[in-house]
Design a protein around this ligand. Structure first.
Ligand SMILES: C[S@@+](CC[C@H](N)C(=O)[O-])C[C@H]1O[C@@H](n2cnc3c(N)ncnc32)[C@H](O)[C@@H]1O
Length: 261
């Protein structure tokens, strides 16, 4: 409960005028986050200037959990709930799990609660994402490695992973400029840009997964609906057996791919 007395209607009006669709909800969240009236003014000024709400609050809600999100780090999207549930659905008992391209570590955080993994780790290239993921995952004893795709993962897990979850960047380079300013200006380009057709990183993930998965293990990734067919061809070429999963309500597409036993 704020110890000051914010002018809620004025706040909502400012947020709405700035294009915040859920202005009432945002106003309450910002009021709850502010330590003083001056702090609230500063938060609202930055929100109106286009900062993602989650970067101002320092957290995002994802699959019912509160995930710490630092400035510059990719904000977990609601649609990625499909990826997490598709991944959980193909995981066997006590799996060894890697959250690749982990960003804040949101997927690992949720999978830690949904599965009973015998080993769970996360990895990302971006030092800011790794620091953020560590803040989310250190308390659970989940290690977070920094480096390019599988390179920083301990070699002993090569060929032994049961599940690799990878929400890698998949926006085609030319489409990055068309993203909402919140993403374009406040999330790291490395979190968004997937190369010419958006699938450059995911093609490398597919090749790496074929090597790091145990026989019978699964890769789970997210793409746009229009990319699924091309991605499936790349997964097949890498020796994996893909299945497309779609959720129209979330407007989400995930692909799981099994390494044949
Ligand atoms: C779309 S964001 C997803 C983050 C997180 N998985 C989520 O769903 O919230 C993609 C992430 O991939 C990371 N990334 C991009 N290229 C990478 C690479 N070659 N190796 C490891 N991580 C990479 C970025 O730093 C970013 O954190």
């Amino acid at each position: 409960m704020a110890s000051f007395h914010p002018d809620r209607p004025a706040l909502v009006q400012r947020l709405r005028a700035a294009g915040c669709v859920y202005a009432e909800d945002e106003a309450e969240l910002l009021i709850a986050a502010a330590r003083s009236a001056a702090d609230l003014t500063d938060l609202v000024d930055r929100r109106v200037a286009g900062r993602p709400l989650e970067h101002l609050l320092g957290w995002a809600e994802f699959c019912g959990l509160r995930v710490t999100v630092d400035p510059g780090v990719f904000v977990p999207r609601g649609r990625t709930a499909l990826l997490v549930s598709a991944a959980a659905a193909v995981a066997g008992p006590a799996p060894a799990v890697l959250d690749l391209c982990c960003g804040s570590g949101a997927a690992a955080l949720v999978l830690h609660g949904r599965l009973a993994p015998r080993w769970l780790a996360a990895a990302d290239l971006d030092p800011a994402a790794v620091a953020c993921a560590r803040r989310n995952l250190d308390p659970l004893g989940v290690p977070v490695y920094q480096g390019d795709l599988f390179a920083p993962v301990p070699a002993e897990w090569r060929g032994r992973l049961d599940l690799v979850v990878a929400n890698a960047p998949y926006v085609p380079s030319a489409a990055v400029a068309l993203l909402p300013a919140e993403a374009r200006l406040h999330e790291a380009p490395v979190a968004l840009d997937g190369g010419v057709d958006g699938l450059a990183v995911l093609r490398r993930v597919a090749i790496g997964a074929a090597e790091w998965l145990a026989p019978g293990g699964h890769l789970a990734v997210e793409v746009s609906a229009g990319q699924a067919e091309t991605l499936c061809a790349a997964l097949t070429e890498a020796g994996l057996v893909p299945t497309v999963v779609r959720d129209d309500d979330l407007d989400a597409t995930a692909v799981t791919a099994r390494r044949p036993a």
